[in-house]
Design a protein around this ligand. Sequence first.
Ligand code: GAL
Length: 632
Amino acid sequence: MTKRTTGVCYYPEHWPETQWPEDAARMVNAGLSWVRIGEFAWSRIEPREGQFDFGWLDRALDVLGAAGLRVILGTPTATPPLWVVQKHPDMLAVDATGQPRKFGSRRHYCFSHQGYRDECYRIVTLLAERYGVHPHIHAWQIDNEYGCHDTTLSYSSAARDGFRDWCAQRYQSVDALNRAWGNVFWSMEYDSIDDIDLPNLTVTEPNPAHVMAFRRFSSDQVVGFNKLQADVLRRHTSAPLIHNYMGRILDFDHFDVGADLDIASWDSYPIGFLSDRLEASNDHKSRFLRQGDPDMQAFHHDLYRAVGKGRWWVMEQQPGPVNWAPYNPAPLPGMARLWAHEAFAHGAETVCYFRWRQAPFAQEQQHAGLLRPDSADAPALGEAAQVAQELAAFPDAGTATADVALLFDYPSAWAWEAQPQGADFDYFRLTFATYKALRRAGLSVDIINANSDITAYKLILAPGIATLPDTLLNQLPNFQGTALIGPRTNSKTPELSIPVPLPPNLPGLNASVALVESLPPGTVVPLANGGAFAHWFEHLETDCASELTSDGKPAIASRSKLHYLAGWPDDTAFDRLITGACAAEAIKTLFLPDGLRLRDTATHRFWFNYGPDPIMFQGITHPAAGVTWQAR
Ligand code: GAL
């Protein structure tokens, strides 16, 4: 059984050494067992090229370890110091307007720059040689938040050269590339792969196939950059390797990065995300202002459980107001506890809070920690200590395979960004709307890679997957459960063209999409049985049994338990469809009140009330901003 633990992110280089022992003792007092350090400390480890100071880091490890803490050591490659940039001025990533990004914050590097990769190889090798078998280091974090601050794509000359090599590998010849992209259109044909540029600064939109290839390449560059470090570390340590991913960042394929790591982790800032990156009504945003969206954290927990092949953590948990969202309210009392327990209920091994003490200087001085800048307890410290005590008293609840799986596919996000066809068509938005509908129905959900084995599930949903992998298409004829597929699923080839026979081309389902429409806000296509399609509607030709729109067009084509949705259901339609699909599979649904959510583990049912008031449901009162659990 995995022991569930908590931890904290700490920056010894920010504080006098005399402070460290007391900090470590207070961490242990709060029940924390892990401390993450080092991920931004390059300028203190190697202040000038070849001039090293490992002394402070050795002493920090001694102090933290002596207190009984387990250390996660970060590789410092997200923050190359100024001398590295001066040595490799062209290592800076270049934005889509052709401007290099500057030194003075973080993540100022291009994944494709060989000189920078060599510097990373060098510093990570030194750290791995020195600390690979260190008794207090029990895990490594590679880099920090790939893709953060819009850093996956770079239009640098290093990226351009790398892209040409990548195209030569993928297409083998320029003729094959021209054919794959359809470059005969607008006389875009190339004579040589070495003439191909990156798809920015074109007069009007570049060829979407060109953009899609660049997106695949850019994702592969992140994978390669991460693997370089993972390979070095593996030679010197047997401790698990981790990366800390983010919320709603889909610019690289996390499943591909995760294949080279042992544990997936993510950085959870529920209140920041509500304000910063969610489409929701003002009413919703004000109701959950100090709690965060009730499904956003759970969605990412379920996603990263899949990315981590079952092993995942929260590496950074919001403790109080952050500094970076448009508005930064404080969490309601109880939320820091609720968020942590929710992560554990979804299978997290460890939850670390970000950060130990609020820094009174630099960019994040307005970002709360577990301690205030004057070292007094901040409100979340007590909640963190409570969580640790509750975990100690609580047996491991385990994880159970859910009845329902939602298929997820990163390249689909790139496809619909390359060719949205409607301003509101966003892959995350569609997938998240589907997930929310499942959670409203009281379901526990597994999110799985679109090429996974689906045999264990009773119900699968596959919205917006641009190209269904053969592994999935081959499973569909024998799948015993219900499949809800669409909209827009299987509507593109891997090169972002329309396939013929026309989509969705699902085995055994005689239906094809003859035309698609995107719909502006406020316009819908009502459905005869209730609810409507919004944002997106496809005109289907089919002789299958179909649910109809209110004006008699096919809306959902079905053959036995395989259903193709020709539009983006609104909440009412989603609720009806999910209830129907669950009834067909004898899966029990509940209609949960707004803000109340549940998660089933192997042994327990956990309830989370994200609402600002107590909620009475099925005879039980769920406290505001509270979590309760009961044996199943
Ligand atoms: C994360 C990042 C941390 C810190 C935090 C602030 O994105 O990994 O270093 O910046 O946000 O909320």
